[in-house]
Write a protein that binds this ligand. Structure first.
Ligand SMILES: C[S@@+](CC[C@H](N)C(=O)[O-])C[C@H]1O[C@@H](n2cnc3c(N)ncnc32)[C@H](O)[C@@H]1O
Length: 292
């Protein structure tokens, strides 16, 4: 699939990127344990362990402080997503969607559900998509998705599993809510990135990026081994079809000074060509749920 031109990449905080489309209520998957307004149901008053560990987005600093000045990283996510995700379909779920940064990429889907655990992000997403009937914002935990089996044609999960010490239960949930034949686009922080490999070979880092097992690089932040992720996906009934390795030019002298269209023109083919060796700090995979 050809990459779209960079001129189509909207600013991160764009609020008007999704055209309003009337969506018949039946087109949205049922969310039996989420309230219609997306609030956490009473059962979630005592959050499950994964929420307690990850309740680290109490405000909007991720939107208002982290992203400004990171146009290159935003671009990389979008290029990888565009090259992996089918551009149009029926029902798409974004798990750990935050304030809805990537919704602009889902314009071809008839119903889009944004799920997150952070009330601050949920409120920001609700405000941003107020009146946009094809976008629903739902509170929930990725480890206990409030949807029946096989509810979605596509599931996206970007910049979320790096918060998980133990991703398999969440990956199993992502697979469960996909219909057979549906596709998951999953991004994870890559333990076997080039910087870690070079530091290991230069004996400036004790742990091996080639060893299985995840590596904590900050509180509640984990790099995962590509081999492990593929195994977790297989165990969840998902078959990996394609991989992209992203943020390959994340060197300040390049990413801050070269114009975005130039960065895009270099990054985009490299994401594909280097997919087999995954040198980037971030890896995207497309995995399809096996039929039956
Ligand atoms: C780094 S942000 C990524 C947001 C968005 N995917 C993006 O790429 O901009 C991580 C998000 O995951 C959410 N999150 C963390 N743990 C979660 C969980 N167990 N269930 C649902 N969302 C979770 C956080 O609230 C936060 O909004």
């Amino acid at each position: 699939m050809p990459d779209r031109s960079l001129s189509n990449v909207p600013p991160v905080t764009s609020t008007a990127a999704v055209p309003d489309g009337a969506l018949p209520p039946a087109a949205l998957p049922a969310a039996p344990t989420a309230l219609p307004n997306g609030a956490l149901p009473p059962a979630a008053a005592t959050p499950p362990a994964s929420l307690r560990v990850l309740a680290e987005y109490p405000d909007l600093r991720y939107r208002d402080v982290f992203w400004p000045g990171r146009d290159y990283e935003d671009l990389c996510d979008r290029l990888a997503l565009r090259s992996l995700l089918r551009p149009a379909g029926e029902r798409l779920l974004d798990v750990g969607a935050g304030f809805g940064r990537l919704v602009d990429e889902y314009g071809g889907y008839r119903a889009v559900v944004l799920l997150d655990a952070s009330e601050a992000h949920l409120a920001a997403a609700r405000e941003r998509f107020a009146g946009v009937r094809r976008v629903a914002v739902v509170a929930g935990d990725a480890a206990h998705l409030p949807f029946p089996d096989a509810s979605f044609d596509a599931v996206v999960c970007v910049r979320m599993v790096h918060h998980l010490a133990d991703p398999p239960p969440v990956i199993a949930e992502l697979g469960r809510v996909l219909r057979p034949g549906g596709e998951l686009v999953l991004e994870f922080a890559n333990k076997r990135n080039l910087k870690a490999v070079l530091r290991f070979l230069a004996r400036r880092q004790a742990w091996s990026p080639f060893a299985p097992g995840s590596a904590a690089y900050r509180t509640a932040h984990f790099d995962h081994a590509p081999r492990d992720v593929r195994r977790w996906l297989r165990s969840a009934g998902l078959q990996v079809e394609a991989t992209r390795t992203a943020s390959l030019l994340r060197v300040p002298v390049l990413s801050r000074h070269l114009p975005l269209p130039v960065l895009a023109a270099v990054e985009s083919p490299l994401q594909r060509w280097l997919a087999a060796v995954t040198p980037g700090p971030s890896v995207f995979v497309r995995a399809r749920r096996r039929p039956g």
